[in-house]
Design a protein around this ligand. Structure first.
Ligand SMILES: *[C@@H]1O[C@H](CO)[C@@H](O)[C@H](O)[C@H]1NC(C)=O
Ligand SMILES: *[C@@H]1O[C@H](CO)[C@@H](O)[C@H](O)[C@H]1NC(C)=O
Ligand SMILES: [Cu+2]
Length: 185
């Protein structure tokens, strides 16, 4: 059982590692050519067509005399409340690098603007699609029927131990080396 779990963990790490390697940070200018403004951009629609990833740069371009950018909580985003913003940006050309998955809520703190639609939710999906990787070739899936039910008492300490992590790291390095030697990577 331990071997099967380790193989699974190695496969997962290889997938994650490969996904990190191939993903290239994108720069998204909010509102495209219209920029960050009121009146003529549906930012919900704009965001819906993007697949944001960790590392991407969100660029807010606007006239700093009329607008600003504030990152807020979900509740504040819904109620257009900018009074306790997490971060505040005012240059008119603000690049914000997304470093975590999940939702990132931004609005303009000028009274009335958020209510008029100047708000955007940058959502980095927690389960983003991943490209095929050598992992599929290295570790064919184990038929479900042959995998014994995990026993929490045995599995939890195993995963928690540093020894296990070190072993996974070593196996990951070996797997990547094997993949590159055989021309998959
Ligand atoms: C706006 O948020 C602040 C901080 O969370 C809160 O104290 C205040 O009551 C809120 N204002 C409104 C109008 O909801
Ligand atoms: C905003 O900054 C980016 C680099 O971060 C630059 O390429 C762009 O020209 C700037 N735009 C304006 C209007 O200053
Ligand atoms: Cu504004």
């Amino acid at each position: 059982m331990a071997l099967a779990m380790e193989k699974g963990a190695v496969a997962l790490l290889v997938v994650m590692f490969a996904a990190l390697q191939v993903s290239i940070a994108a720069v998204y200018k909010v509102g495209d050519s219209a920029g960050w403004t009121i009146g003529n951009v549906d930012y919900k629609e704009w965001a819906a067509t993007k697949s944001f990833e960790v590392g991407d740069i969100i660029l807010f371009e606007y006239n700093s005399q009329f607008h600003n950018v504030k990152q807020v909580t979900h509740a504040e985003y819904r109620s257009c409340n900018a009074s306790a913003a997490i971060t505040s940006h005012t240059t008119g050309n603000d690049s914000i690098t997304i470093t975590t998955r999940g939702h990132h809520f931004f609005l303009c703190g000028v009274p009335g603007h958020c209510q008029a639609g100047q708000k955007v939710d940058i959502n980095v999906l927690r389960l983003s699609s991943m490209a095929p990787t050598p992992a599929a070739l290295l570790s064919p899936p184990v038929p479900a029927a042959k995998v014994p039910a995990p026993s929490p008492s045995a599995a939890a300490p195993l995963y928690a131990s540093l020894g296990f992590l070190a072993e996974v790291g070593l196996q990951l390095a070996m797997a990547l080396f094997a993949a590159s030697v055989s021309g998959f990577a």
